[in-house]
Every structure is written in C-alpha cells, then in structure tokens.
Design a protein around this ligand. Structure first.
Ligand code: PLP
Length: 407
C-alpha cells in the first residue's frame, strides 16, 4: 500500500491568518523574480527602519551574561515587578508581580490564556473586525468565536447592548482590542464601563489586548480597562513589540487583576501552562524595566512632525483626495482601514482587489475580510512606511480603483 499523507488537526481548516498568507507568499515569488514591492501587510516597525530605543538595547547588553538560565515560568522577577509597578501607577487594583505573566510576545499569552480558560464548545465574544490570532486561538483551543460588530458608521466602536445580547450560558470571556488593530479605534471610558458591567453581570473574564496603549494621535487618550474593572477578573496584555518597536525580541506580558476568589484556579492554570513551556525569551525581559520606567520614546513619533503622525496624515490626505475611498481616521495603533465606496464598490471583492494591486502595482495590503468581518470592501495598510511612500501607495490604489469604476 502506498503511504498515506499525514493528517493534520481538522479545526485548522477554520483558521486563517492572511496577514502572512497566500498574498504574502505570492509577494515573495514576485520579489524572487526581481520585482520591488511596497509591503504594507505586517505591523513590523523594524522592517521599516524603526529601531528599538537605545536604552532598551543597552539594558539587554548590560545583562547579556545573566541570560543563560531559564527564568521562573511567569518571567524574570525584576521585569514582573516593573510591570506591576506600571499597572499600579495606572490604578490597576492588586497589581503585584505574582499576577504578571511574561510570554514570547503577546501572541503566546493570547493562546495560553484561552487554553487555560476554555472547555470544548465554550464561547468567546470577539470584535469583528478582530486581530485574527484571537479567532485562531479560540478555535484551536476548542472554543467558538461569537462576534460583536464594530461598524464604520459607529466609528468602529462596539455596541454594548449587542455584546450583552450575544452572551449565552456558554460564554466565558469578552475580548477587547484597544486601541484597535485593524481599525485604529480608541475606546472611551463610558463604553469600557458598560462592558465591565456586562462582564460583572454574567461572570465573564475580560481579555484586553492593549498592545498599542501608547500609540495615539491628535490628543487621543488611552483608558486602561483594569482600573475600571475593579473586582472583575481581567487580563490586560501589553508588550515591547509596538510601543517600543522591538517585535523581534518576543516580549509580551499579561497583568491579571480582579477579586482572587472570582479569579479562582485561572491563575494556577496560567502558571501551569507557563511552566510547561519553561519560560519566555530571557534577554528581552531585561529591557522591560527600561521600557516602562525609562524615557518615553513613542510620543514624539505620534506628535505632529513625528514619523507615525506624518504617515497617518499622508493616508488621511490621500483618502480625502480619492474619488473612491472613505476612512474612519485612526485614533491609535499602526494601521488605517479604508473603505472602497461609490462607483468602485460595485461588485468589489477585497481579495481580488488586493491580488490585482499586488500584481499590477507592486503594493501588498491585507483584504479587510481577513479580519473576520462580514463586509468585503475594506483593506488594511500599516502606517510604518515613510509618508511619501504612503502617498505613492495611494496613487497606485487610485489607479486600480479607477479601473474598477470604469468596468
Ligand atoms: N495583539 C495585536 C492586536 C497585534 O496587532 C499583535 C501584532 O501585530 C499582537 C497582539 C502580537 O504581538 P506580539 O509581537 O507581542 O506577539
């Protein structure tokens, strides 16, 4: 008998991560053929010339001789103390180092927290659009994503009444991404308070992905949820990848807050799953204290004249000049999520558009439906290229949309 090919996990067929999917693979093929592309698919600051701040690099270099051993599964004590102190300053109740979990990026902790929480068939309330790892990790830990909508006509903010209407006897958690990837929405305090009240009424865990917490534009202010959540069990995620431009160091953290009685065994479950993978990357952990308690290096990039601010301005102005695009201006994070409208929207398919843009104009974007939305007329770009390069990108996008409109 001929050997049969290996079977893989069935639920993988439900999982998508198109940020690095088929289009990215096609882009690599084109590059191998000698094409020069502008790739806007990944929020990877280092790939666009951003560097991690020097005082963070120095903190690692100064400790490189101390980085050989495994650390405690929850992370290096000094780094956990620094994260707890950062949360205490924000007003997070009972923020102690014992309640901090450090992982290989927020990515690992997203998976770990859902693995600690879910039993087969449990439901997780997720934003639509979402950052697709949240859906993938829910599915691969035997859960069921249930989406609440964040619609452009509401500034991509969720409707708490809709969230509450989706709660069932199987619901275990509400996921929030704030500031949001892919939309750039920044959630106001009153909205967060209403979501906290829902979690309290139904005994749900709040999972708050706050990895973009200091990437804010035009006077937007960030509201951390943990201080509002009080006794309600809450995991707040942060990390070095975005605010500190150190994606490759693979350092993220989760701060557990809430009444210990309500948190119950969840703390132990996280600790046990952390122990099974031994510890997170050690060198990067030595930069955490410098990142959270050293000089601020992100505000200048997000202020007028700063590179991210000017990139965002280039996108906003390009969309305003377009005959076919609309944009809810991002208040935070590293992305814009424009909509195709008018004559170009007729019969528009975001995947076909993204492929055509890549093949004919050498620009790689992510189709909006990759972020688990029902509509197919959006796409995501990162704000990481130079402003002039973004203006050029939107000139090329306009050319493709022009052709669509004429069809
Ligand atoms: N959460 C969100 C919303 C993200 O956008 C990303 C990365 O793009 C992550 C988590 C993962 O970050 P990390 O590099 O810490 O794994």
């Amino acid at each position: 008998m001929p050997p049969s090919s290996l079977k893989t996990r069935e639920r993988l067929s439900e999982v998508r991560y198109e940020i690095r999917g088929e289009l990215a693979r096609r882009a690599r093929e084109l590059e191998a053929q000698g094409r020069t592309l502008i790739k806007l698919n990944i929020g990877n600051p280092g790939a666009f010339g951003f560097r991690a701040p020097e005082h963070l690099q120095r903190a690692i270099a100064d400790h490189i001789a101390d980085t050989d051993p495994y650390t405690h599964q929850q992370g290096l004590p000094e780094a956990r103390e620094a994260i707890a102190a950062f949360h205490k300053q924000r007003g997070t109740p009972n923020a102690t180092a014992e309640r901090v979990f450090i992982g290989n990026g927020v990515s690992e902790l997203i998976d770990l927290s859902l693995r600690a929480l879910l039993n087969p068939g449990d439901e997780v309330l997720l934003p639509s659009p979402d950052y697709p790892l949240w859906s993938a990790a829910t599915i691969l830990n035997d859960g069921r994503p249930v989406y609440y909508r964040c619609l452009p006509e509401n500034g991509f903010l969720p409707d708490p009444d809709e969230i509450e209407a989706l709660v069932s006897s199987r619901t275990r958690a509400i996921v929030l991404i704030n500031p949001n990837n892919p939309t750039g929405a920044n959630y106001p305090r009153e909205l967060l308070e209403r979501i906290v009240a829902i979690a309290a009424r139904h005994g749900l865990l709040l999972l708050c992905d706050e990895i973009y917490d200091s990437v804010l534009y035009d006077g937007a202010t960030f509201e951390p949820i943990a201080p509002l959540a009080g006794e309600v069990p809450c995991l707040s995620f942060g990390g070095l990848s975005k605010v500190h431009r150190a994606c490759g160091w693979r350092v993220g953290w989760a701060m557990l807050s809430g009444d210990p009685l309500q948190v119950g065994d969840f703390h132990h479950a996280m600790d046990l799953l952390g122990a099974l993978r031994l510890c997170a990357n050690v060198p990067g952990q030595f930069a955490v204290e410098a990142a959270l308690h050293g000089p601020n290096t992100i505000d200048a990039l997000c202020a007028p004249g700063g590179r991210l601010y000017e990139a965002r301005r280039a996108v906003i102005e390009s969309v305003a000049a377009s005959r076919y695009l609309e944009l809810v201006e991002p208040a935070g994070a590293l992305y814009a999520f424009p909509a195709v409208t008018g004559a170009a929207a007729e019969g528009f398919d975001d995947h076909r558009f993204a492929l055509e843009l890549l093949e004919t104009e050498n620009v790689l974007v992510v189709p909006g439906s990759s972020f688990n939305v029902a509509f197919r007329n959006h796409f995501r770009v990162t704000l990481l290229p130079q402003p002039d390069e973004l203006r050029e990108v939107f000139r090329r996008i306009e050319r493709v949309l022009e052709r669509h409109a004429e069809l």
